[in-house]
Design a protein around this ligand. Structure first.
Ligand SMILES: Cc1cc2nc3c(=O)[nH]c(=O)nc-3n(C[C@H](O)[C@H](O)[C@H](O)COP(=O)(O)O)c2cc1C
Length: 193
């Protein structure tokens, strides 16, 4: 049996963002953990405008090529980790917009968060995302990684973690792996329906 696909989704899109650097660290950690087939998805690559579909995403009656591409990409995943900042004490708009574009593609997937920001480590964005992912029938882990001021740890374009940050990433991955196995019958049933 092949390993479940973990999609690590980079949620920030601005020029100069640190999202890709943070995602590269976490993706490497996930590959070392070995429980998942790891894929990095970058919201910026899909050039999503502000939500512009006429129908509720529940119908999957998509009219725009960008929505169809985003839908096909997210469909491939069995579990999700959002790597995302905190903007104005909440989730950044580009990520919320990207989530809103889809519906059933998210359902019955375990989800976790690698957040970053100032002293908060992006935790207020995580708390803002939890009701959103619950509405979409995703299953959030309790374990998460919150990085306070990670810019200080970016050296020559790579994030240099502390041992504690690596341990937090491993704990997240362990919980996410167990949850992915536990809920896979629900995801399989939804895909077969
Ligand atoms: C519009 C905006 C709002 C921000 N608001 C917060 C905030 O509320 N809390 C926080 O900790 N950091 C905040 N920051 C700082 C970001 O956490 C920091 O710039 C981070 O690098 C942004 O992620 P990105 O580089 O992936 O875009 C904000 C940054 C921007 C651009």
């Amino acid at each position: 049996m092949s390993a479940p696909v973990l999609q690590i989704i980079i949620g920030s899109t601005r020029p100069g963002r640190i999202g890709p650097v943070m995602a590269a660290w976490f993706a490497e950690r996930a590959r070392q953990q070995g429980g998942f087939d790891v894929e990095v998805l970058d919201v910026a690559d899909f050039a999503l405008p502000v939500f512009d579909e006429p129908h509720h995403p529940k119908s999957r009656n998509y009219t725009q090529p960008h929505t169809k591409a985003w839908s096909a990409a997210v469909d491939r995943g069995d579990a999700v980790v959002f790597v995302h900042p905190e903007y104005n004490h909440s989730v950044n708009g580009a990520l919320k917009n990207a989530i809103d574009f889809l519906h059933g593609e998210w359902a019955h997937k375990p989800v976790s968060f690698v957040s970053y920001g100032g002293a908060s480590g992006g935790l207020r964005a995580v708390q803002a995302l939890k009701p959103v992912v619950s509405a979409l029938r995703m299953y959030p882990t309790a374990a998460a990684v919150a990085l306070a001021g990670p810019q200080r740890q970016i050296i020559d374009g790579a994030f240099v973690p502390t041992p504690e940050q690596n341990s937090a990433a491993d704990a997240l991955l362990d919980e996410l792996g167990a949850l992915t196995a536990a809920v896979s019958p629900l995801l399989d049933a939804a895909r077969a329906a």
